[in-house]
Design a protein around this ligand. Sequence first.
Ligand SMILES: C[S@@+](CC[C@H](N)C(=O)[O-])C[C@H]1O[C@@H](n2cnc3c(N)ncnc32)[C@H](O)[C@@H]1O
Length: 265
Amino acid sequence: MAEYVLGTHDAELERLGFQARLWADVAHAAWKRARLLRGQSVIDLGCGPGFASVDLAAMVGSEGRVVGIDESASFVEAANGRGVPNLRAVVGDVQRASAFVDGCFDLAYARWLLCFVPDPEAVVAGAARLLRPGGRLVVHDYFNYTTMTSAPRRPEWTEVVAATARSWRARGGDPDVCGRLPGILSRHGFELEHVDVHQRFGFAGDTMFQWASTWWRNYAPRLAQMGEISDELRDRFLGSLAEIEASRDQFIVMPPVWEIVARRG
Ligand SMILES: C[S@@+](CC[C@H](N)C(=O)[O-])C[C@H]1O[C@@H](n2cnc3c(N)ncnc32)[C@H](O)[C@@H]1O
């Protein structure tokens, strides 16, 4: 398996925590839409260090349970170390989830996962096997990723965002995965109940801007290390980020986050 492109170091763990809190309102609204109830069983696919899993465990309560799956042993350890009795995370490849997880779940959640896996169809097929009839799969992920830009547009943003999409594709991911999902879902017996898109902007001094800046301060150096961009472009890009932050009249257009709720027939 190719190494997970964003890494599993402490800075990425902290970034995931910040990101999860920033998007918690969207996640809770989607779970409500998917009829999540106390006492239910949930599987969190690609749970990372378990930030969404912990919220899900609080929602289903002590009579419910949450199982998280992630390929990163250190993230799984972090999830299990949160001391949440009705949450258990296991190490494994989400593309083969039904081979090592038993059970009949009411809800499966996959946030910012499918854009990183070589075979999203295998993940959906596994979710179909793990969900009860009428259970829901909720996805938050990307389509049109390369529309992320600065406003006004700056050429270094176009180059670095394109390099990011390239770096995911080179490791089997797809930054446009949500465009393929309706077809994949219908092939595996899901009925599409809801599709929506969350478009956000980051102005200097707000938390959405900080989401973008924590991301780029981690990932622009990684792109340079991977040889996807030159050191000169990395420095020019990070300089441009600092200028936007100082300007107060420029902003960042975030990549659109798609929300899909599908019901297993
Ligand atoms: C951007 S993080 C999102 C984590 C979590 N879903 C959240 O929203 O906080 C993507 C996660 O997917 C995991 N991942 C990527 N490919 C995987 C695979 N094939 N099997 C299991 N986990 C995978 C990574 O280890 C990482 O924890």
